[in-house]
Design a protein around this ligand. Structure first.
Ligand code: ADP
Ligand code: ZN
Length: 564
């Protein structure tokens, strides 16, 4: 697909320079354009900032007729159109909150044989709800003036993705109605299963896939234990590594954002907060201040970041557990767009898992603007959605708990990409500290922990189980007389952190489940561990071994016998 011998090659080169002002093509751009110009259905996975827009805007300019672009957010659409108009490319959009007369005028223009527009942007709701629009598209199609259909942020089609948007699922209708129009699906985030889901839902035929590495060599990743003094730690980190530089701190709740911003201001940072509960004017004011470097740091929920193109973000800090590896990768991706080194630090505590899980099931987690107000309300199967969310969250827990494997490796494996950890060059915490690791069979300890959960009646929390396992004689333990149960103290010999690593592994692998019990007035939640009887019986007690990797500084502990 990299050939320069297509009939359109010259026109491509000229317009790329003249209209878009680009000196050359970026990786894969020429290939994608050739494939879609040839009339193939194409699926593109390219990291944010890779230059996806050009791959349809340039063909739109060259092809006769009009290119239909489905994009999730009106604000993103408006931004794109502003850029197109600046480059003198006639483009427009239709949205529900537009004046009726204005919409009519655009539709009338579409009917004309000399339609002036090269690109028409719409939100997925328009396709799902407007028969009128579909009729106009049909009329373009029969006149051979519908040259291409572009699905931007195509991962929103999939329930397995982290940004599911029900109206995206209905987009399959486009291929049914317009089988001869090539479809170009674009996303910056998709695992193999999400990709399959999208291809199927859109009905893409013999689809050609372009996939670019999602590795971002200039980002440095680390996971740090989250303590009670987390904000002090963050202040210290910024002071020592990025003083006066620009960054984002992602927080879980609106209140967390406000608290973090207030504290960091006290510590002398130029800082503001940003979340979905502010009015739009306030939000855009904060965003502008940040873009113009009047403030350095934004404490934000995931509502912040879409379509933000600030090149010199030097750090992205996660004050709480992100909801998925995809989300995490995308949020970190806002750092270091200029190619210069940038830090991504995640403050992790297992208790945040319980908190996020609770918020997910209560539906109080702030969503990215791409899906906010959509996924929960319109979900075709809310139960499945919650399950997917929990699964995504558990992957994130497992990422944080892993203190051996290269962070890049774990992220990229998640995207189905092979990555040789030796090329990380010690730019993640694990590669930096771990020179070697040992593999350890922890099956017997896993069995003991599961038994302990049962013996204490499946009524206590993970941290209580760990206390009993390590032989604590605390008041709580005594109150429940748990010093008398079998396996009390059986994990005494284990190195610090080892038992919790095993226990958390059992949750991640679905041998145990965290059941959120209650949330008090202040929003704190407690949870208890339950046993997944069937999996425990068939897998754990069915002969499968559990092997975990530990840094070799953790001493191999003596094998223990589990007398069952
Ligand atoms: P994506 O949609 O993949 O996140 P964009 O299409 O917004 O990325 O492009 C990111 C930036 O890269 C834009 O500022 C765009 O003008 C620029 N860009 C795209 N292609 C090229 C190119 N071939 N040469 C130079 N700059 C480019
Ligand atoms: Zn690494």
């Amino acid at each position: 697909w990299s050939s320069r011998d297509f009939s359109w090659t010259r026109e491509l080169e000229v317009n790329n320079k003249k209209v878009f002002g680009n000196p050359s093509f970026r990786p894969n751009q020429r290939e994608i354009i050739n494939a879609t110009m040839k009339g193939c259905d194409v699926f593109v996975l390219m990291p944010t900032g890779g230059g996806k827009s050009l791959t349809y805007q340039l063909p739109a300019l060259i092809n006769p007729g009009i290119t239909l672009v489905i994009s999730p957010l009106v604000s993103l659409i408006q931004d794109q159109i502003m850029h197109l108009l600046q480059a003198n490319i006639p483009a427009t959009y239709l949205s529900a909150n537009m004046e009726w007369t204005e919409q009519q005028e655009i539709l009338r223009e579409l009917n004309s044989d000399y339609c002036k527009y090269k690109l028409l942007y719409v939100t997925p709701e328009k396709i799902a709800r407007s028969d009128n629009l579909l009729r106009h598209l049909e009329s373009l199609y029969v006149r051979e003036l519908l040259s291409r259909i572009v699905i931007d942020e195509a991962h929103c089609v999939s329930q397995w993705g982290h940004d599911f948007r029900p109206d995206y699922q209905g987009l399959g209708v486009l291929k049914q109605k317009f089988p001869n129009t090539p479809v170009l699906a674009l996303t910056a985030t998709a695992t193999a299963s999400v990709k399959e889901d999208v291809v199927q839902a859109l009905g893409l035929v013999n689809c050609i896939v372009f996939r670019q590495s999602f590795n971002r060599p200039n980002l440095r990743y680390s996971v740090v234990p989250k303590t009670k003094k987390c904000l002090e730690d963050i202040d210290k980190f910024i002071r020592e590594n990025h003083f006066d530089e620009c960054g984002i701190i992602y927080c879980l709740s609106r209140m967390d954002c406000e608290k973090a911003a207030e504290k960091l201001q006290e510590y002398g940072h130029k800082c503001a907060f940003y979340h979905g509960n502010m009015d739009p004017a306030q939000r855009s004011f904060v965003q502008k201040q940040w873009s113009k470097d009047e403030i350095n740091i934004i404490c934000a929920t995931v509502a912040f970041g879409m379509g933000i193109n600030k090149p010199d973000v030097r750090f992205v800090i996660h004050h709480s557990l992100p909801k998925s590896i995809e989300g995490y990768h995308q949020e970190c991706g806002r750092a270091g767009r200029d190619g210069q080194p940038a830090s991504c630090v995640l403050y992790y505590s297992y208790s945040d898992y319980i908190r996020v899980k609770h918020m997910l099931s209560a539906g109080t987690v702030e969503q990215s603007p791409m899906t906010s107000g959509y996924s929960r309300l319109n979900a075709t199967n809310p139960g499945r959605l919650l399950e997917t969310n929990t699964e995504n969250l558990l992957r994130m827990v497992s990422y944080c708990e892993n203190d051996v494997d290269c962070r890049r490796f774990i992220q990229l494996v998640h995207f189905g990409e092979k990555f040789d950890s030796s090329t990380c060059q010690k730019t993640c915490d694990n590669c930096m500290k771990v020179t070697s690791f040992i593999e350890k069979d922890v099956t017997e300890m896993a069995k003991q922990l599961v038994e302990l959960v049962k013996l204490t009646g499946q009524k206590v929390s993970a941290s209580h189980i760990l206390e009993v396992y390590r032989g604590s004689l605390s008041q709580m333990v005594k109150k429940h007389r748990h010093e008398t149960v079998r396996h009390h103290g059986a994990g005494k010999h284990l190195a610090k952190g080892e038992a919790s690593r095993i226990l958390h592994h059992l949750v991640v692998e679905d041998f145990l489940a965290e059941e959120v019990k209650k949330s008090d007035f202040y929003g704190s939640v407690s949870s208890v561990l339950k046993v997944n009887e069937q999996k425990v019986r068939t897998v754990l007690f069915g002969g499968q071994r559990i092997i975990l990797r530990f840094p070799s500084s953790v001493k191999a502990s003596k094998p223990v016998k589990c007398d069952l």
